[in-house]
Design a protein around this ligand. Sequence first.
Ligand code: FAD
Length: 410
Amino acid sequence: MRAVVIGAGLGGLLAGAKLSKAGYNVEIFERLPFIGGRFTNLEYKGFKLSTGALHMIPHGSRGPLSQLLREVEAKVTIIDSNPMAIIKKEDESDIEFHDFKKELSVTKQVKLGTILAYSLKFKPKSDISFRDWTLKFFNDELLLRLADSYCGWSLSLAAKDVPAHEVLEIIDNMYRYKGPGIPAGGCGAVTESLSNIIKSNGGKINTKTCVDRILIKDGVAKGVSANGKVIDADIVISDIGHHETSRMYECRDEKYLGFIKTTRPSRGIKICLSSDEPLIGHSGVLFTPYAERINGINEVTNADPSFAPPGKHLVMSHQAVISDDLNNEITLGLGDLKKLFPDKKYEVLLIQSYSGGWPVNRVSSGSDIGYKTPVCNLYIVGDGAKGKGGIEVEGVALGVRNVMKEIGVG
Ligand code: FAD
């Protein structure tokens, strides 16, 4: 059986590794000169920056991505963060993530425990946003700010833009799998390892090769055309989302095209800093609910010093984009960093913004329409089709697993 994969991002490479291990003849086409998409390293002044991700795997060594990596025998070490996360309070002091309840009155603590336990079991059926849900049950400043900080860091969305049922699904997974963790060597170590597996199983990865057409006969995918050359296949997997994929063939399914229109990407800004001294001093996430724009910060050198030249630290902040004025968003982010670390010396290495065709999430959480297309044997993987409750690359792994189940590759 021959499988063609469009795009060598994490989704395409995970699917390619699974298929090649199952005996498929896999060929991947990547339009860029490098593999990994938004999940690979970007070497800069001796630092391992990245093309996208903050080098974090949301559920660490126990989550869906880690499980899939073990299944395909990827040689990747995931270092679990310790502590998982810290919250910077309004008075600048820090508390452990799980201790935020202690900041509430006893009555609110009891209410939170009861409502959360109930809502995790019986998630809201309506599309009430996470902000409105929080407001409905707890009109509490810290909880509302924490909701924005958590959604901004992990989904690149404000809490008002995500359905509560999706966030509760994510919280459920957070209790189930724990996390986060950092891949030793960065996200590039993960995608490189997958590429090695594909090649060692006889698969081929072509870079600088853009797929321009998906070939379909009688409603069944039959291959692709890349750089003008036709490649036949029994199955076509696309890592570029529903929208871009549907433009590669004559899609007349109005219902499906209507669904695609309801999906939207999420935008974000990452600021990479270098410092001689640790700025946060641990390998978890620092949530910053009282900052104006920054939602959270990590310092990956506390897990693996090889992210920076000897004696240096790599610190990365992330913020959801709130307005269309990107310059102002960046200025506010830089201002937050000054306020958060008033006495620390650091250098801004790089500021990266993500939107349009290179977003934080191709389909933001809660607007996912799944992996199926109207064409037989054509499936979507990657963050354009994540599994339910799947946060970031954990969602990519869940989506790939769903596709593999569908085509009978366990
Ligand atoms: P992509 O990585 O976009 O891969 C798609 C590939 O297809 C690309 O390489 C593209 O060039 C190629 N392509 C497109 N069109 C064609 C064509 N016509 N022919 C051939 N190839 C084509 N997730 C986490 O879990 N943890 C994090 O810490 C984290 N932080 C993030 C921070 C930022 C700022 C950003 C932007 C993202 C972050 N994410 C994080 C999200 C994560 O990076 C993405 O979800 C994941 O990398 C998406 O992988 P993908 O395979 O779906 O897509």
